[in-house]
Design a protein around this ligand. Structure first.
Ligand code: FES
Length: 202
């Protein structure tokens, strides 16, 4: 091979290397916007995109659990008797008007909800984060005291909550169960994780 041929060959090789390197950059450059376009929705999911819950099949007196931001959100459909119990317990719960507890303004009422019938709360004890068990029936049928009106019992250190998630006096849990932001999309669907400023969400 002559010197000229050698130079030519080296030049071609350099060109090929440069071309393939440029191709690699192009691939990376093309991939970057794709990844960037995925990133926000993944971030939104991790931060807690809203979750819609169908409440049409929840029987009166029972609850459904929906996951939002990795936490269990309870949706309890209360009967009239269950709602009546709330007034009776005002002297026995430590924060009856939810002054020290976490909830949106529209849930700062006796029923702690937008619509009385449905309670929406995060099912995590405000003491050290255990998951309370449901003790929805009144009386001592589930091992509770005879004057039990129905509610929830945290198995970890015994905190008791009523049917609005209000903690009873003298319990380790410092505040009522937290109410997340939510709104009604219609009569049968609740969107958890999003507030509403118009009257339809109420
Ligand atoms: S974590 Fe519920 S009472 Fe301690």
């Amino acid at each position: 091979m002559s010197n000229q041929e050698k130079d030519c060959d080296t030049g071609r090789r350099n060109l090929m290397l440069a071309t393939s390197a440029a191709g690699g950059v192009a691939v990376v450059a093309a991939a970057t916007p794709f990844v960037a376009s995925l990133a926000p929705s993944e971030r939104a999911k991790a931060a807690g995109a809203p979750v819609d819950a169908d409440i049409s099949k929840i029987e009166p007196g029972t609850k459904k659990v929906v996951k939002w931001r990795g936490k269990p959100v309870w949706i309890l459909r209360r009967t009239k008797e269950m709602l009546d119990s709330l007034k009776k317990l005002e002297d026995r719960v430590s924060d009856p008007n939810s002054e020290k507890s976490l909830q949106p303004d529209y849930a700062k009422n006796l029923a702690r909800s937008r619509k009385e019938e449905f309670l929406v709360v995060i099912g995590i004890c405000t003491h050290l984060g255990c998951s309370p068990s449901e003790k929805l029936k009144s009386g001592n049928a589930e091992g509770m005291a005879v004057d039990w009106e129905g509610g929830f019992l945290c198995p970890c250190h015994g905190s008791m909550f009523d049917l609005a998630g209000r903690v009873f006096k003298g319990q380790p849990a410092p505040t009522n169960l937290e109410v997340p932001p939510y709104k009604y999309l219609n009569d049968t669907t609740i969107r958890i994780g999003e507030d509403s400023t118009d009257s339809k969400g109420a």
